[in-house]
Design a protein around this ligand. Structure first.
Ligand SMILES: NC(=O)C1=CN([C@@H]2O[C@H](COP(=O)(O)OP(=O)(O)OC[C@H]3O[C@@H](n4cnc5c(N)ncnc54)[C@H](OP(=O)(O)O)[C@@H]3O)[C@@H](O)[C@H]2O)C=CC1
Ligand SMILES: CCCCCCC/C=C/C=O
Length: 349
């Protein structure tokens, strides 16, 4: 390094003279999942990032999300060798775009990478009223896509009304835990099912009226009937498969079923067989509607502000399962699919 550049480094102008070389780490899908994902299906790659062009930003991921949709979407939309899809909370490290200041935090959709370059079009700045004391990781969970899924699914698909009875499965997870709490805020009775006694205890702590461990009950049918002998007006289904086939028979007349997810089927190599839904749907005159949260893209601001307010007021509680270390992303993803997470599963880089 020349004397002038050295002097500049001492006074903090190094970046002006020495282009920064950034090596990003990224997880790629080495092999399409066959049944349950394995760590050997992933590969960790290093990618040298080019210098920024005008209008571009360099970002570093701070928290990355692992979500169930990555399993079916990888099958549908990805080819082997592609970087794993996903969202992150990222900090702007360098900016050649006047709309984005260095140091600001955004939600990006750039996949499993430690660093990336963006032109800003696909980035969402964290709301300007985000409290300093609130973990920014919540922008991937309760105050992000999963929270919005609960919000729009309950309001627009279940069309819940005060006094109704709401059933939700995978209830201690990112979406389910918000569903139950919003249904309580909306004046409903809430029944939640989850896969461990610790999760059930958590559901009771955050205000669910009834909760049980679907893995240890003798009969799911009996447990659902005991939790709500009159049946269910709304069923927010995160699980599908056998659970949904049993629950549908306990819907009240004119009940509404929001088909949000089918995690019990994502790892199946051979499709599951019925029982089928038509008979209870006809005789109970049910409405069953599948949805994707992206339908309400134009109302995202409304949803985020409503969720942020409830979280800040303490009316919606959040729990996160934080895995430390970018190198542990595959493990965190697999763990979430196995049910190891309480609340939202995120990875801290
Ligand atoms: N439609 C949409 O736009 C969206 C849909 N979703 C869907 O919502 C659902 C929940 O997602 P999210 O809250 O992020 O994830 P969670 O945080 O709930 O994590 C997944 C949970 O699913 C449960 N689970 C896993 N396998 C099974 C199984 N075979 N049977 C029953 N439960 C199982 C586990 O909980 P447990 O220990 O209780 O079994 C696990 O913790 C998923 O199906 C997802 O695909 C999510 C976001 C958007
Ligand atoms: C930019 C992230 C898009 C998330 C879409 C989530 C839809 C989920 C479906 C099932 O899990």
């Amino acid at each position: 390094m020349g004397k002038f550049a050295e002097a500049c480094r001492h006074i903090g102008f190094e970046a002006m003279f020495t282009p920064r070389m950034v090596i990003a780490k990224a997880w790629v899908l080495k092999k399409h999942f066959d049944g349950f994902p394995k760590t050997s299906d992933f590969d960790l790659k290093k990618i040298e990032l080019p210098n920024l062009k005008d209008g571009e930003l360099l970002l570093e991921s701070v928290f990355l999300s692992v979500d169930p949709y990555m399993r079916p979407y990888s099958q549908r939309d990805m080819k082997e060798g592609d970087i794993m899809i996903g969202t992150q909370v990222a900090r702007i490290v360098e900016s050649k775009n006047p709309a984005f200041a260095v140091g600001a935090f955004v939600v990006g959709n750039s996949g499993w990478r430690t660093h990336f370059i963006s032109d800003g079009k696909d980035l969402q700045l964290l709301p300007s009223n985000w409290p300093e004391s609130l973990p920014r990781s919540l922008a991937l969970g309760t105050v992000g896509m999963p929270g919005l899924t609960a919000y729009f699914g309950l309001l627009e698909v279940c069309k819940m009304k005060p006094g109704e009875i709401v059933l939700v499965n995978a209830a201690a997870g990112a979406v389910g835990s918000v569903v139950g709490q919003l249904a309580k805020i909306g004046g409903c009775k809430v029944v939640g099912c989850a896969g461990s006694d610790d999760k059930v205890a958590y559901l009771k702590k955050i205000g669910f009226d009834e909760a049980f461990n679907y893995k240890t009950v003798k009969s799911l049918d009996e447990a659902l009937r005991k939790a709500s002998p009159d049946g269910y007006d709304c069923f927010f289904d995160n699980v599908g498969g056998e659970f949904a086939s049993v629950a549908i028979n306990q819907m009240k007349k004119y009940g509404r079923i929001a088909v949000c997810g089918a995690i019990s089927q994502y790892n199946d190599s051979v499709p599951q067989k019925g029982p089928y839904v038509q008979i209870p749907m006809i005789f109970k005159e049910l409405q069953m509607e599948g949805f994707l949260v992206t339908r309400w893209k134009n109302r995202q601001e409304e949803g985020v502000q409503a969720l942020l307010k409830w979280v800040v007021e303490g009316k919606v509680k959040c729990h996160e399962q934080v895995t430390e270390g970018f190198e542990n992303m595959p493990m965190a993803f697999i763990g979430m699919l196995k049910g190891e997470n309480l609340g939202k599963a995120v990875v801290k880089v």
